[in-house]
Design a protein around this ligand. Structure first.
Ligand code: BTN
Length: 259
C-alpha cells in the first residue's frame, strides 16, 4: 500500500482530504484530533499498520503491516442526519456487507458492530463522536478488516473466533480496491439512512435472527432470549423467555449465541 496508489484508486469518489500512514498508533485517535481541527466531510485516514489500534469496550485491535485494512472516515453530519446518528453503525455495517457480497461472500452483521463470515469475525467497526458544546460535530467511523491471514490475531487473545477474507477466498483481495468498494457502498447508502428500507436491509443482514442469544450488559446483567429485529434507532430487539420484547441499546453490550 502506498499514498499515491491510494489517492489514485479513490479519485472517483467525492471524498474530503485523504491521509495515509505506513504506521500509526490508531487511525481513530488521529481522526478524532483531525476532526476537531475542522476537516471536510468524508475525509479519511488509512494506515498500513496500527501499533495501538482500538476496538469496542477498550479492547485492542491488531493491525499488522501489509495484512489488514484499517481506516477512519470522518463525517460531518448534515442537519437532516442528526436524528439518525445511531444508524451510522448500521450504515457502515451494510457498506462492509455489500462490499464483501460483491466478492461472492455471504456476510452477516453481528449487532452492533461486527461483520461475520461463516460465523467468524472478519471486520469490526468503532464509532466515536466529537462534540461542539452540546452538539455532535463529527462522527468518526473506524473500520478494521482482516484481509490476509496474518491479520487475524492468535487464538489465545481472541474473545470471539476470527477469520480473514484470504481464508475464504484463497487469495487476499487488493486492500485499496476493497476500500473503494466499501466507500462506494457507504456513500450511496448514506442518503437512505432515514428510510424504512434501510432498516429492513440492516435487519435482513443480522446474524442470529430468531436464534437464542445471551446479551451481557456491563459486568453483572444478562438477558436470554431470541433476536427478533431492530428498533428504529438501531437498538436490538430481543424476545425474552416470557415473550416480552426488550430493546438492547448500544453501549457496554456483548452478544453471544446461547447454545
Ligand atoms: C471492534 O470490533 O471492536 C471494532 C474494531 C475497530 C478497529 C478499527 S481499525 C481502524 C480504526 N482505528 C482504530 O484504532 N480502531 C478502528
Amino acid at each position: 500500500m502506498d499514498q499515491q496508489t491510494l489517492i489514485q484508486t479513490l479519485s472517483n469518489l467525492p471524498l474530503g482530504d485523504i491521509r495515509y500512514f505506513s504506521s500509526i498508533g490508531s487511525t481513530n485517535d488521529e481522526a478524532m484530533q483531525w476532526a476537531s481541527r475542522g476537516v471536510p466531510d468524508l475525509s479519511i485516514i488509512v494506515a498500513d499498520q496500527q501499533t495501538a489500534g482500538r476496538g469496542r469496550l477498550d479492547r485492542p485491535w491488531f493491525t499488522p503491516p501489509a495484512t489488514a485494512l484499517a481506516f477512519s472516515l470522518i463525517l460531518r453530519p448534515k442537519a437532516e442526519e442528526m436524528a439518525h446518528l445511531s444508524r451510522i453503525v448500521g450504515l457502515a455495517g451494510l457498506a462492509l456487507a455489500d462490499a464483501f457480497g460483491k466478492l461472492g461472500l455471504a456476510p452477516q452483521i453481528k449487532w452492533p458492530n461486527d461483520i461475520l463470515l461463516n460465523g467468524r469475525k472478519v471486520a469490526g467497526i468503532l464509532i466515536e463522536l466529537t462534540w461542539a458544546g452540546e452538539d455532535v460535530d463529527c462522527v468518526v467511523v473506524g473500520v478494521g478488516v482482516n484481509v490476509a491471514k496474518g491479520a487475524t490475531p492468535s487464538t489465545d487473545v481472541l474473545r470471539f473466533p476470527a477469520i480473514s477474507l484470504e481464508h475464504i477466498l484463497s487469495e487476499a483481495p487488493d486492500r485499496i480496491r476493497l476500500l473503494n468498494s466499501i466507500l462506494t457502498s457507504f456513500i450511496s447508502l448514506r442518503p437512505h439512512m432515514h428510510t424504512d428500507s434501510f432498516m429492513a436491509s440492516w435487519e435482513k443482514s443480522l446474524a442470529y435472527q430468531g436464534m437464542d442469544v445471551r446479551v451481557e450488559m456491563g459486568a453483572d446483567q444478562a438477558i436470554l432470549g431470541k433476536v427478533s429485529g431492530l428498533e428504529a434507532d438501531g437498538s436490538l430487539k430481543i424476545l425474552d423467555e416470557h415473550g416480552k420484547s426488550i430493546a438492547v441499546r448500544f453501549g457496554d453490550v456483548r452478544l453471544r449465541l446461547f447454545a
